[in-house]
Ligand binder design. Structure first.
Ligand code: UT7
Length: 336
């Protein structure tokens, strides 16, 4: 399977600050049960999700991203003009072009940054981290802002109970700098892809392969379509393998890990990864009950919550692992 691991000879990078933002509006399982044939019991027992956030009509993905970015920059003590790289991971960009990262640049006044988006679905934030790592550790860039941001509510078919109960909106961000001595930093990163499985999780319409017309809009081809069971099966295998790889590269054993921050799609998937890693439940960071699956934003929001609530502390060894459409998967091992 195509994959990219880290080059151990590069300079080390660290996460200097994290931030996150979720919209105010809460949509509960009971709210959804009024729209489609579902129940709080089904959603909680099959996924662990209890509620999700929904952005207002006035909020675009770049607005969520900007709010998260400001908090990460404040924590890192980095001004907008110091940033030389902004990467936004998203599958729900403001527009096909320009990149959502350029809107964020404008919002922040980050006039010295080069900006682009990454499309790797739920793995996007970790793809962005790997990319930023390459630029910073080779000293091509010095202060990078990576963001996972999604307004998935804009591409959900609200009449499809198979998918509409799963997704939510939000954004998380991190400022990445070079590690100046000491042990802390990103120890290893890993990315994988399998383009043979493009069809099992896809928005089929709206792109060049199927431009949107009144008739296919009526068929909801511009919304998320997923073969849940298939995706589930791949997700467990790929995330387990990704954890093994970053832990081996970073020379970490299960007992060394203080916290695993997995993609927040389904509690049962998280449990299956936990079993493989052989870590206790309290070492798996879970917040999907509040936000559902926010794709590229999920790990970024979870990382910020873990950081700000003290669930991860300086010196901890943590593993981040994601899986998403593409298919794509990715992981990182970090000495916090
Ligand atoms: O972020 C990217 C990665 N995405 C994922 O990792 C998602 C992976 N997949 C999953 O998490 C799970 O497959 C789902 C949560 C999407 C579905 O759970 P499942 O246990 O695989 O259920 P299923 O799709 O096999 O459906 C079981 C039954 C079906 O009814 P029948 O055919 O057995 O009569 C569905 O029609 O549950 C039905 N169902 C629902 N019932 C009530 C599907 N959605 C719902 C619903 N409420 N919302």
């Amino acid at each position: 399977m195509p994959e990219i691991t880290n080059n151990p000879n590069l300079d080390s990078i660290r996460i200097a600050g994290t931030g996150s933002y979720v919209p105010e509006k809460i949509l509960t399982n009971d709210d959804l049960a009024k729209r489609v044939d579902t129940s709080d019991e089904w959603i909680v027992s099959r996924t662990g999700i209890r509620e999700r956030r929904i952005a207002s009509d006035a909020e675009a993905t770049s607005d969520l991203a900007t709010n998260a970015a400001r908090k990460a920059m404040e924590q890192a003590g980095v001004d907008a003009e110091e940033l030389d790289l902004i990467i936004v991971a998203t599958i729900s960009p403001d527009t096909f072009f320009p990149a959502t990262a350029c809107y964020v640049q404008r919002n922040l006044g980050a006039k010295n940054a080069v900006c682009f988006d990454v499309s790797a679905a739920c793995s996007g934030f970790l793809y962005a981290m790997s990319i930023a790592r390459q630029f910073i550790s080779t000293r091509s860039a010095h202060k990078a802002l990576i963001i996972g941001a999604e307004k998935l509510s804009s591409m959900v078919n609200w009449e499809d109970r198979n998918t509409c109960v799963l997704f939510g909106d939000g954004a998380g961000a991190a400022v990445i700098t070079r590690a100046e001595g000491g042990d802390s930093g990103v120890m290893s990163t890993y990315m994988g892809s399998d383009g043979n499985q493009t069809d099992i999780l896809v928005v089929p319409g709206g792109g060049s392969a199927c431009p949107i017309t009144p008739s296919n809009a009526e068929q909801r081809l511009n919304t998320i379509s997923m073969q849940g069971r298939e995706v589930y099966r791949y997700a467990v295998t790929a995330m387990r393998g990704a954890c093994d790889r970053v832990m081996a590269d970073a020379k970490l054993k299960s007992e060394d890990i203080s916290m695993v921050i997995p993609h927040q799609a389904n509690l049962r998937i998280i449990d299956a990864i936990r079993e493989r890693l052989d870590v206790p439940q309290e070492k798996m960071f879970v917040n999907l009950e509040k936000y559902g699956n926010t794709s590229a934003a999920a790990i970024a929001i979870a990382l910020d919550e873990a950081n700000r609530t003290g669930a991860i502390k300086r010196g901890d060894k943590i593993v981040l692992v994601a899986f998403g459409a593409g298919l794509t998967w990715a992981a990182a091992a970090i000495h916090w």
